[in-house]
Design a protein around this ligand. Structure first.
Ligand code: 5GP
Ligand code: MG
Ligand code: MG
Length: 185
C-alpha cells in the first residue's frame, strides 16, 4: 500500500521518510551493529507491534546469524504513563542469561516504555542490553536510558506507517508519513 491508495480518505498528509530513505539508514545501522557484535551471539528483541517492519528489515540487512524474539507490552492507562509502569502482554521465549540483547523499537517518544523494558531485561542477567530505535522524538533525549543506535531524530509530530499505527491502521504503509490533522483532532 502506498499513500496514493489511501488518499481517498485524505488521511496521509505528507511523506516524512520514503521507503528508500528508511532502507538506506537501516543499512548504515546494520553495518554498525554488525561491527559492534562481531564474533558475539546476538539476540534481537522486537517490541510488538510497531517494531515488526524495522525488525524484519534490520535483521535481514544485518546479514549474519541472529536470533529474533518478541515482546508485547502496554502502559497502564494514560493517567499513569508518567510512572513508566508497564504490563507485559507477551513475554520473551528466550532465556536471556549471558546473552547479548539488542532491543529493536520503532519509535521513542517519552522513553518511559523503553526505560522500563531495559531495566526489566537487565534483571534477567544478560551479558548486555542495548537499544536500537528507528525514530526518536525530542522528549526522549531527557531520558536516562542510552539509545545506542538511532535511525532518525524527528520533531514532535505524530507519524504513521512502516509499523506505526493510528488506531491500528496504516502500519502497512511502506513510507513514514504524518497524518492530516482532521484524522485525530
Ligand atoms: P514512550 O514510552 O517512548 O513515550 O512510548 C513509545 C510508544 O508510543 C511507541 O512505541 C509508539 O507505540 C507510541 N508512539 C509515540 N509516538 C508515536 C507516533 O508519532 N506515532 C505512532 N504511531 N506511535 C507513537
Ligand atoms: Mg514501539
Ligand atoms: Mg500504537
Amino acid at each position: 500500500m502506498d499513500a496514493s491508495q489511501i488518499e481517498g480518505d485524505l488521511a496521509v498528509d505528507q511523506t516524512f521518510l520514503t521507503e528508500q530513505q528508511i532502507a538506506d539508514r537501516l543499512a548504515e545501522m546494520a553495518a554498525e551493529i554488525r561491527r559492534d557484535y562481531e564474533g558475539q551471539d546476538l539476540l534481537l528483541v522486537g517490541v510488538l507491534k510497531g517494531a515488526v517492519m524495522v525488525m524484519a528489515d534490520l535483521a535481514r540487512a544485518l546479514d549474519r546469524d541472529v536470533e529474533m524474539d518478541w515482546m508485547a507490552v502496554s502502559s497502564y492507562g494514560s493517567g499513569t504513563t508518567s510512572s513508566g509502569v508497564v504490563r507485559i502482554l507477551k513475554d520473551l521465549d528466550a532465556d536471556l542469561t549471558g546473552r547479548h540483547v539488542l532491543i529493536v523499537e520503532d519509535i521513542i517518544d517519552s522513553g518511559l516504555t523503553l526505560s522500563w523494558l531495559t531495566s526489566n531485561l537487565r534483571s534477567r542477567k544478560p551479558a548486555s542490553v542495548e537499544i536500537c530505535a528507528l525514530l526518536r522524538k525530542p522528549d526522549a533525549l531527557q531520558m536516562a536510558v542510552d539509545v545506542r543506535y538511532v535511525g532518525f531524530d524527528i520533531p514532535n509530530a505524530f507519524v504513521v506507517g512502516y509499523g506505526l499505527d493510528y488506531d491500528e491502521r496504516y502500519r502497512n504503509l511502506r513510507q513514514i508519513a504524518t497524518l492530516a490533522p482532521h484524522v485525530y483532532s
